[in-house]
Design a protein around this ligand. Structure first.
Ligand code: SF4
Length: 438
């Protein structure tokens, strides 16, 4: 029987969608019954008190979590977010309710044994409530007490060989899509690059030294299954340099209705038979496809949006010269509003050790600049806006390139230094005038 009356929270269970309130109630019930006979290491009514304090916050219109100081595990400066309740007498089960961030497996590959072992630790030493996964990508363990932290850390790292994730002003847990482990579109081994950089930058992950948080995310292709372009300070997005491969016979099979478009994802489509003009040609953002019985793509205009490939995956394939683009500066709307990443490196190969080293050189150049120039709690995207993209390009040590546009399709006014352009800008202006007969 629930300890606290929660009429406001109860309303959140009334819709057709899954409710976190129901989940917490379920855990509260399970703990009260304790059918497994567990020797709970934190107060057994923790989930119940969590419901109580949340109801009180809704009634009062203010939070009852307070910032109570820094907690963590020995040798690490991040990975645990301290949380204390400001009404501990009323809700002793959540007097401490610390969150533990746990690094997710690469590409979120689990087996059931790992999931069971994670839950075993958390049932015993925490609230039993998890968030799979947090916005950064970590496994999030919600709610434990200070004395349990070292125990949890020991069991995670020694028994399961899983590390804590990042929190605070450090490198956050890098995240990647499934990449080459499952996806035919992966243009580089996003899991390998994610793993390699995670190992290389252990110090930056666990010992906060940055002005603010810093996230890496790795998308194997422009479909962006981890949405790196919008969610990471430095995003690595797979792409290709050469041409989209077209199998005209298979295109004809799509047009003739022999193969379902979008890999059959719109099985119940009610807008008629597949229309290549409407569903592919007209939707190409750079208008570089045409179809007149034969599909033609003007590849130099293609922006690698993946639309045509996603629609006719058996007819169109990504090119063979594969690598990734690196974008910098995306963030959620904390200070200056949300921001997408700006293109910093249009194309880099990701195969050999030298390629990995080139990527690390760029990363470290950017960090050196940001640690020198960034204000306290300023994301790199904000430093870039404040000091200009040219300053970031200079600092990163990458060649200047016409594609490094701060706000694509909005701001074409990048000012070059004459020496950056072979032959100088006068030549370009003369060419332009000639072409337009001015
Ligand atoms: Fe057009 Fe996108 Fe296909 Fe390129 S990938 S040809 S931009 S639809």
């Amino acid at each position: 029987m629930a300890k606290h009356k929660t009429p406001l929270l109860d309303q959140l269970e009334s819709g057709p969608w899954p409710s976190f309130v129901s989940d917490i109630k379920q855990e509260a019930d399970a703990r009260a019954k304790n059918e497994q006979g567990l020797d709970y290491q934190i107060p057994v009514d923790c989930p119940d008190d969590l419901l109580g304090v949340l109801e009180m916050s809704y009634t009062d219109g203010e939070t009852h979590w307070k910032h109570g100081g820094i907690v963590g595990v020995f040798g690490y400066g991040g990975g645990v977010i301290g949380r204390y309740c400001d009404q501990p007498q009323m809700f002793p089960g959540v007097a401490h309710f610390h969150t533990v961030r746990v690094a997710q497996p690469n590409g979120k590959w689990y087996n059931t044994e790992l999931l069971r072992n994670l839950v075993k630790i958390w049932d015993l030493r925490g609230s039993g409530l998890t968030n799979m996964h947090g916005a950064t990508g970590d496994i999030v363990f919600l709610g434990t007490t200070t004395p349990q932290l070292e125990e949890i850390f020991w069991e995670l790292t020694h028994d399961l060989e899983i590390d804590l994730g990042g929190s605070g002003s450090n490198l956050r847990t890098p995240a990647t899509c499934l990449g080459m482990s499952r996806c035919e579109y992966a243009c580089y081994d996003s899991q390998e690059l994610c793993y390699n950089l995670t190992q290389e930058y252990q110090d930056e992950l666990h010992r906060p030294a940055f002005p603010y948080k810093f996230k890496f995310k790795f998308d194997g292709c422009p479909n962006g299954c981890v949405a790196a372009i919008a969610r990471s300070d430095l995003s690595f997005i797979g792409t290709w340099k050469d041409e989209i491969k077209i199998n005209q016979e298979v295109v004809a099979a799509y047009v003739g209705g022999e193969i379902a478009p979008n890999a059959g994802a719109h099985a119940g489509r009610d807008w008629g038979a597949f229309d290549i003009q409407k569903e592919v040609v007209d939707l190409c953002p750079s208008k570089c496809i045409s179809y007149d019985g034969k599909l033609t793509i003007d590849n130099k205009e293609c922006v690698r949006c993946m639309h045509c490939i996603n629609t006719m995956p058996r007819a169109l394939k990504i090119g063979d010269e594969r690598g990734c683009s690196i974008l910098c500066g995306a963030k959620a709307p904390i200070l200056d509003g949300p921001q997408m990443g700006s293109l910093l490196v249009p194309f880099i190969e990701v195969n050999k050790d030298d390629d990995y080293q080139a990527i690390k050189d760029i990363v470290e150049n950017i960090w050196d600049w940001w640690m020198e120039e960034g204000k306290n709690r300023e994301r790199i995207g904000e430093t870039m806006k404040r000091l200009g993209m040219a300053a970031l390009i200079d600092a990163a040590g990458v060649p200047v390139d016409a594609r490094q546009v701060q706000e694509p399709r909005h701001n074409p006014y990048i000012f070059w230094k004459a020496e950056d352009v072979e032959g100088g800008w006068e030549r370009d202006i003369n060419d332009f005038r000639k072409r337009h007969q001015r």
